[in-house]
Design a protein around this ligand. Structure first.
Ligand SMILES: Nc1ncnc2c1ncn2[C@@H]1O[C@H](COP(=O)(O)OP(=O)(O)O)[C@@H](O)[C@H]1O
Ligand code: SF4
Ligand SMILES: [Mg+2]
Length: 339
């Protein structure tokens, strides 16, 4: 058994749009160690959901995985026949889709929906399924007496807990949660994240937590993968990436978000401009049009994902100047100039 549960290697995913295509994920590489929470973070449209869905191979009709490997427990699931892939879903890899709390079926009780997974996919008998439903509800902190309720009878936070219970139903090794706390207020966000963390450590599973909010990553994740415009900007241990970022985009993100832990956050400085249109990405570094530190090479050559430290990767031509750039990035004026 290796320490790495999931290893994504040079993953490419494209959407066919009319006669053209959008390379929404253009060579993503990152690892998910066993028993860890990995935050996949970046602005809206950078390809997080596309990566998350590619990992479960539940992708849009116009999407295709055009390259790379997804090594799960050593097996390349990007190349797995659909029937074998389907057998892995829920049992080994469970996916909590974006807005899962609104996607529970309103016409069925939550017990019915849990049973769909437990009985149909898991092959449990009626009594076993009932016991498991009660156990799952206890795990996510909802009274078993509410199993017969309909989704609309739960608050947003409780529906998200139900979605987590569904994902955990068949004891998966990996749970991928797409923006699980995005629509919730900060207090409920913390409760859900605390619970996700408790369950992750109790069950020893791995979690990929997809979020646009870097403070969510800071609050709960062990590792961080920062995406920008379909590529990985930086990846490594959470503290190293967020406290001492080596990529200017991560430096900028850090300035732009309040701290979920409630610590004094100072002035928030947004990164000016918008991510590129992925149908016509700029040559070279995709962050160059917004980067205050761009030099000529940045606009012509794509930076490789290199080593900032043994366990910390970064894709920036100026990565070896990171300490100096961090000091400049801490000043608001840096982000107002040049753009
Ligand atoms: N079905 C689709 N067809 C065409 N383009 C899509 C489709 N789904 C997503 N995209 C595009 O792919 C890019 C990445 O989207 P997505 O993975 O949803 O980003 P994120 O989850 O980070 O917000 C965006 O430019 C988005 O417009
Ligand atoms: S490669 Fe250049 S443009 Fe891209 S993040 Fe680094 S310094 Fe900025
Ligand atoms: Mg998304």
């Amino acid at each position: 058994m290796t320490e790495t549960l999931l290893s994504v290697r040079d993953l490419k995913v494209s959407y066919q749009v009319g006669k053209g295509s959008i390379d929404a994920v253009d060579g993503a590489s990152f690892d998910v160690p066993r028993g860890s929470i990995v935050g996949l973070v970046g602005e809206s449209g950078c390809g997080k959901t596309t990566v998350a869905r590619a990992l479960t191979r539940v992708i849009a009709d116009n999407a295709s995985i055009t390259g790379g490997q997804i090594l799960f427990d050593g097996q390349d699931i990007a190349a797995l026949p659909e029937r074998e892939m389907n057998a892995l879903r829920w049992r080994d890899i469970a996916f909590i889709p974006q807005s899962a709390m609104n996607s529970l079926d309103p016409v069925y009780t939550v017990e019915y929906q849990l049973n769909e997974v437990l009985r149909r996919r898991g092959g449990l008998g009626r009594r076993q399924a009932r016991a498991r439903c009660e156990e799952l509800f206890e795990m996510v902190g909802i009274e078993a007496g509410r199993l017969g309720d309909y989704p609309h009878q739960f608050s947003g936070g409780m529906r998200q807990r139900v979605a987590i219970a569904l994902a955990l139903a068949l004891n998966p090794k990996l749970v991928i949660a797409d923006e699980p706390v995005t629509a919730l207020d900060v207090i409920v966000q913390r409760q859900i994240l605390d619970q996700l963390r408790d369950l992750q450590s109790m069950l020893g599973i791995s979690v990929i937590l997809v979020t646009h909010d870097i403070s969510v990553v800071a609050y709960v994740c062990d590792r961080t993968v920062v995406m920008y415009a379909g590529r990985i900007a930086e990846a490594g241990p959470m503290d190293a990436v967020l406290m001492e970022p080596s990529h200017p985009y991560t430096m900028g993100l850090r300035n732009a978000f309040p701290d979920l832990k409630g610590a004094a956050s100072g002035v928030l400085t947004p990164i000016e401009g918008a991510p590129p249109n992925l149908a016509f990405p700029p040559p070279g570094c995709r962050f160059a049009p917004r980067c205050p530190f761009a030099v000529e090479t940045c606009t012509t050559q794509q930076p490789a994902l290199g080593m900032a430290a043994p366990d910390h990767r970064v894709s920036c031509h100026r990565a070896d100047e990171a300490a100096k750039l961090r000091q400049e990035a801490a000043r608001t004026e840096t982000w107002l100039a040049d753009v």
